[in-house]
Design a protein. Structure first.
Ligand code: CA
Ligand code: CA
Ligand code: CA
Length: 318
């Protein structure tokens, strides 16, 4: 599932273009207004150096935008990712099934960082958010480089994972074999402040992390689930300490959340996911799959026991 050939992208030297959207870390006018904007000053440092490539002052997530065009999901998250190998972690719920609480038997990607967040009890999302896809991005080193990984999150674990490759912030996007593209621009010096600062500038930030994912890779089927939901946050370099920079945001004044395994968003006020609304009438919790008519005893499989029941009732129905 993670091997879709790259066939929809035209490449210039420094970006990947999809018509009105260029995956370069800068938000184009084609994006709709932000789905969410940050309400917490950053607990992971305020980046004020305004360098396009590096962020040495810290990380923040200021806003999130998304759109679907030509079979590709585009996501733009305004902000900064510190160039110290801290992580931008993104979970996507785009179909039925998946994981409400992270398991420990997902693909081993990014030094097993995904599974580091699972189990005992495992990072748990808001009720009905079932993550199907994970993407993580980092940057650091000298010369500066960025790296990204993706993984499937299957209901019963064991999904595929892939290292997407490397790029350079503000210069060269990461272009994975699966068609996933990741770009970064660390120019933001405004947005939200650090302790004692303001969040007023969050919605206006136009540089950050920009991602393109083919819908086929997500297993997206608009006949079943149309709305796409996101949980994005800044995490420590080994995925072991979550910041207070989440999309959708935590309540104003919230501190860093720390150990990801112990986070349960069902116990946190509000919904900590952002939703790209395609169908405003779609229920928040996707309907359960229709029952299988041949599963007569309702145990989830059609087998000899159902046939026995059928044969025992053979004949005229009173
Ligand atoms: Ca762009
Ligand atoms: Ca799901
Ligand atoms: Ca800032």
């Amino acid at each position: 599932m993670l091997t879709r050939p790259l066939c929809v992208v035209s490449l210039a030297c420094c970006s990947a273009s999809f018509g009105d959207v260029v995956v370069d870390g800068t938000r184009e006018a084609a994006y709709p207004p932000p789905i969410e904007s940050q309400t917490c000053t950053t607990g992971f440092g305020d980046s004020t150096d305004a360098l396009c490539d590096r962020s040495d002052g810290g990380s923040e997530l200021c806003n999130i935008h998304a759109l679907v065009a030509n079979g590709v999901l585009h996501i733009f998250v305004g902000g900064n990712l510190e160039s110290n190998f801290n992580k931008f972690d993104l979970f996507i719920d785009a179909k039925q099934g998946g994981q409400n609480a992270l398991r420990t038997d997902n693909a081993d990607i990014d030094f097993n960082g995904l599974n580091r967040m699972g189990g005992n009890p495992g990072m748990t999302f808001d009720t009905c958010f079932t993550a199907d896809f994970f993407l993580t991005v980092t940057n650091g080193g000298d010369p500066l480089a960025m790296y990204a990984n993706v993984a499937q999150l299957l209901t019963l674990g064991g999904g595929a994972g892939q290292y997407l490759g490397q790029g350079v912030p503000c210069a060269t996007p990461i272009i994975g074999k699966s068609g996933v593209i990741v770009a970064m621009n660390n120019s933001n010096a405004l947005g939200v402040g650090g302790d004692g600062g303001s969040t007023k500038g969050a919605a206006a930030v136009e540089t950050g992390i920009e991602i393109a994912i083919p819908l086929t890779l997500l297993g997206y089927d608009s006949a079943i689930q149309q709305n796409i939901r996101f949980v994005a946050f800044i995490n420590s370099s080994d995925h072991s300490y979550a910041s207070n920079q989440f999309m959708a945001p935590l309540a104003a004044g919230s501190g860093n959340l720390g150990e990801p395994r112990n986070i349960n968003f069902a116990n946190v006020v509000g919904n900590q996911y952002a939703m790209l609304v395609v169908d405003p009438n779609e229920p928040t919790c996707p309907p359960t799959p229709p029952a299988c008519v041949s599963d007569i005893n309702g145990d989830g499989v059609t087998d000899a026991s159902d046939l026995t029941l059928l044969l025992s009732g053979w004949g005229v129905c009173p």
